[in-house]
Design a protein around this ligand. Structure first.
Ligand SMILES: NC(=O)CC[C@H](N)C(=O)O
Length: 392
């Protein structure tokens, strides 16, 4: 009995309502504020922690075995050119056991430290998840001090300053500073990086915090990808002579990027080029088309979310990571809802009726998650091929 009671807390999670959760510190020391969400995936913790869409968030993993396969340099979803890290912190139930996997290069604890991510273990993540499910997203501060010395009032005051993700534009802060070319394809067994072949199509990806595996999936479709900063004017994007345009995933409130993203996307729509958007890219496309987005109660973060493709009536099991959603009731005439979540009926996709333009809320690139939705990359490239043929 006495053992655990006497263990001094070396990490705290302090919510804005004053609730304090004690645990053991992992990874980086110090403190960070963010929105606490929960992710239900049972694999892919490293991909999740390095997804830039999680900027400004602290991730509670509902799966207890986090860290048991260690960490490596290959499972990082943050594109090296990105200027900021992804998640600010993570909350775990169990301590990290010694890694046991042939791909492990590093203990997760060391990797978290090196990547400036604060972790707390020993938390009743089931209770925390139930709390978020009942009350909605909660903002908190996560703090780690190996000596267990915390100035609670100062931490509470820091937590109180965080106004949450609503109205917060983070895409600009994680977007690539420089334009770069991406030509790495998906991996094959025991061959991590495949040399690119001469690609037939050129896609310009607007980077709001793009995941590396999205870029790989585009290259798999016989494309070379040029990645540009989120604020690149439409005329500069079009001057790169793309065959199609991709709008990436990313963090923060889509409505807060209104000043730059929406006007740029409106011009891109006018160009008549094929456009494909994922997650934040989907939300921004919807805004540019005249629809509205809204904050969700608890969001969708996991790797087993059923989504129905209304155009084929097929159901796909998807990877999800979003806290905002397109309000399907606000889609204007001429825009068709193509996908719906079978968990809560929320909008998961749209297409423009008379243009080769579509987008989805879920993550067809998976990483982590099932590959059911990979067909969307082929759907995009079919549009690109037809458009290029017509234009020739
Ligand atoms: N994965 C994403 O692109 C997330 C989009 C947006 N930041 C949201 O939370 O809804």
């Amino acid at each position: 009995m006495s053992g655990w009671q006497e263990t001094k807390a070396t990490a705290l999670l302090i919510f804005q309502d004053g609730t304090i959760v004690e645990g053991q510190g992992l990874g980086a020391t110090g403190h960070a504020v963010g929105e606490v969400c929960f992710n239900t995936a049972i694999t892919g913790y490293q991909e999740i922690l390095t997804d830039l869409s999680y900027a400004g968030q602290i991730i509670t993993f509902t799966f207890p075995h986090i860290g048991n396969i260690g960490a490596n340099a290959e499972d990082v979803e943050t594109v090296k050119m990105a200027s900021a890290p992804g998640a600010r912190g993570c909350v775990l139930k169990a301590d990290i056991t010694n890694p046991s996997n042939y791909r492990s290069a590093e203990h997760l604890n060391d990797w978290l430290k090196a990547n400036n991510i604060i972790g707390i273990s020993g938390v009743d993540t089931r209770a925390l998840t139930a709390m978020i499910r009942d009350k909605g997203f909660a903002n908190a501060i996560i703090a780690h001090d190996p000596e267990g010395n915390f100035e609670i009032d100062i931490l509470k005051a820091e937590a109180a300053k965080f106004a949450g993700l609503e109205n917060l534009d983070l895409a600009k802060t994680v977007s690539t500073a420089q334009t770069y070319k991406w030509n790495e394809r998906s991996w094959e067994w025991e061959e991590r990086v495949i040399d690119p072949k001469e690609a037939e199509f050129h896609i310009v990806a607007v980077d709001y915090g793009a995941k590396a595996n999205i870029l790989r999936c585009l290259v798999d479709q016989d494309a070379t990808v040029t990645v540009v900063n989120a604020e690149t004017p439409a005329k500069d994007i079009l001057a790169l002579n793309p065959d199609g345009i991709f709008l990436s995933n990313g963090p923060g409130d889509p409505a807060a990027t209104g000043e730059y993203a929406v006007p740029i996307i409106k011009e891109l729509i006018e160009s008549g080029l094929p456009i494909f958007g994922i997650c934040l890219g989907h939300q921004l496309l919807a805004l540019a088309l005249g629809a509205k987005t809204k904050k969700m109660h608890q969001g969708h973060h996991g790797a087993n979310h059923p989504v129905k493709d209304l155009t084929t009536t097929k159901v796909e099991i998807t990877s999800m990571n979003h806290g905002f959603a397109v309000d399907g009731d606000t889609l204007p005439a001429g825009i068709t809802e193509t996908h719906k979540s079978l968990f809560d009926g929320s909008n998961c996709g749209l297409m423009v009726d008379d243009k080769p333009i579509f987008s989805v809320q879920h993550h067809p690139e998976a990483s982590p998650g099932p590959h059911d939705s990979h067909y969307l990359f082929a759907r995009f490239m079919d549009n690109v091929k037809s458009h290029k043929k017509e234009a020739a």
